[in-house]
Structures are given as structure tokens and as C-alpha cells.
Design a protein around this ligand. Structure first.
Ligand code: 4FV
Length: 242
């Protein structure tokens, strides 16, 4: 998977050069190419932004500079272009899973008040938001997208680790997990997890995932894939809680 990132602040991408994503980049499973938009400024002072026509606070990134930077990136029919903006569709696990099917993602990062709308019209990227709040730039959202999509790229994670995660598979939140020591501050690990009885462990984990989702994100249950047994247990929970 190749990521080309159009940004005014390539130095902000240090965080994804370590740990899992860093390792995958070093072993060429991933390629993350940072394109500095400022390199495409044609004025002697390297200006890339200017004041908004019609007045208003802040600065906007100039369209021509962004367009030259964008055109410097070679694209194929398996390239997807994304603009990270609060005006975009909310990034979800299923959206992430869909993006992972491309082998080349071009990510456009806004900054300051944003980017002149004409170049957005010209590039016609898919607009994606990571949440209903305003950041100083699209760099952090780009790293969120790179991190979440990279988890689906073969070789980045060992295969089965994504299977049971929250929002994965059945759309439920994850069950609680424990590791050594067996006793912490007087709190013991649930007996069933020490039993080695895999069927019972699976049953217990399924119930806990449903409980967690019911308590913390009940709206997720609408789209969750639940078995008859799951639904019976959910009714029990609702009954107990009323
Ligand atoms: C954002 C978000 C976001 C808006 C103005 C960058 C900032 C500044 N991007 N999800 N929320 N972007 O706040 O994606 O240019």
C-alpha cells in the first residue's frame, strides 16, 4: 500500500515512523511519501497561503500551489484521492476496510482556514472527517487514516489480531482482556479464562462483548450481527437493567 500525503508540515509525520507502521514501512510493506506543498510555490518568498476574498479571519492555502503538488503525483486507476476535512463523511471501520482495497491513497491535508474551494472542485477528492471538531490541520487526521487502513494491509499485523477487535467482524465492542499478574490489587482474572476450556471462554467473551456494547454504545447493537443466543442474552440484560 502506498500513501502520498500532500502537506505543508511533513515534519508532523514523525509519529508514524515508529512502532507497527514504522516497521511495515521499513520492510516496504507500506510506502509513505510526504509531498511538501510549499515545494510547489512559485513566488520567491515561497508563499502558499493568502487572505480570503470577501474578508474573514485567517489564511487559505492557494489553489495553484496545491494543484501543482497534486499533479506531481503519478496516479493509477487503483488510486483513491482523499481530502481530510470536517465537511467529510465520518471515518468508520467499514470505510477504513473499503479504503484498504486500494493500493494507492493520496491524502490532501488542509491547514489554517483551509484550501481554496476551486482546487477541491478540480481534484474532486472524497472528503473524509475523523470527527465533528475542528483541528489546526489535516495532518493528524491523515495519520489516523494511514494507521487504521494499514492494519488491513497483509503483513502489517499478524492476521488474526484484527478479527476480534471492536467494530470488526460483528460490529460489537471488544470483550475485556487480562494478562499477568493473575492477581492485581486484590482483583483476580475471571476463572473461566484460566480454565483452558475454549468453548466456555468463547461463550464468556461473547457475552462480555454484548454487555460492553449494551452498556457503552447501545446504538451499535442495531447493526451488530447477533445470533439467537446473543439476542436472548441481550433480552436478559435489558430485563435485569429495567
Ligand atoms: C478535520 C477533521 C479538521 C479544518 C481546518 C484543518 C481542519 C483546518 N479534518 N477531520 N475534523 N481539519 O478539523 O478531518 O484546515
Amino acid at each position: 500500500m502506498k500513501f502520498d500525503v500532500l502537506t505543508l508540515f511533513p515534519e508532523m509525520f514523525e509519529p508514524i515512523k515508529s512502532s507497527i507502521i514504522g516497521r511495515a514501512t521499513k520492510s516496504n510493506i507500506l510506502e509513505i511519501n510526504l509531498v511538501n506543498i510549499r515545494d510547489f510555490s512559485e513566488d520567491k518568498h515561497g508563499h502558499v497561503d493568502d487572505t480570503p476574498y470577501g474578508g474573514g479571519a485567517g489564511m487559505l492555502i492557494k489553489p495553484d500551489v496545491v494543484y501543482r503538488a497534486y499533479n506531481s503525483i503519478e496516479k493509477t486507476d487503483n488510486t483513491k484521492v482523499i481530502y481530510l476535512t470536517p465537511q467529510g463523511n465520518k471515518l468508520t471501520q467499514s470505510k477504513v476496510e473499503g479504503l484498504a482495497k486500494f493500493n494507492h491513497l493520496v491524502l490532501l491535508c488542509g491547514h489554517y482556514e483551509g484550501i481554496d474551494d476551486r482546487v477541491i472542485q478540480k481534484i474532486a477528492p472524497e472528503e473524509i472527517s475523523i470527527g465533528d471538531y475542528v483541528l489546526t490541520g489535516g495532518e493528524l487526521p491523515s495519520m489516523v487514516l494511514i494507521d487504521s487502513v494499514s492494519r488491513y494491509v497483509a503483513g502489517v499485523l499478524n492476521k488474526d489480531s484484527t478479527y476480534q477487535e471492536s467494530f470488526e467482524g460483528d460490529g460489537l465492542l471488544e470483550y475485556p482482556q487480562y494478562t499477568k499478574p493473575e492477581e492485581f490489587e486484590g482483583m483476580k482474572v475471571p476463572e473461566v479464562l484460566l480454565s483452558g476450556h475454549h468453548a466456555n471462554i468463547e461463550k464468556w467473551r461473547r457475552k462480555k462483548a454484548i454487555e460492553n456494547t449494551y452498556k457503552k454504545r447501545p446504538e451499535l447493537l442495531e447493526n451488530a450481527k447477533l445470533t439467537r443466543e446473543d439476542k436472548n442474552y441481550l433480552e436478559e440484560l435489558k430485563f435485569k437493567n429495567n
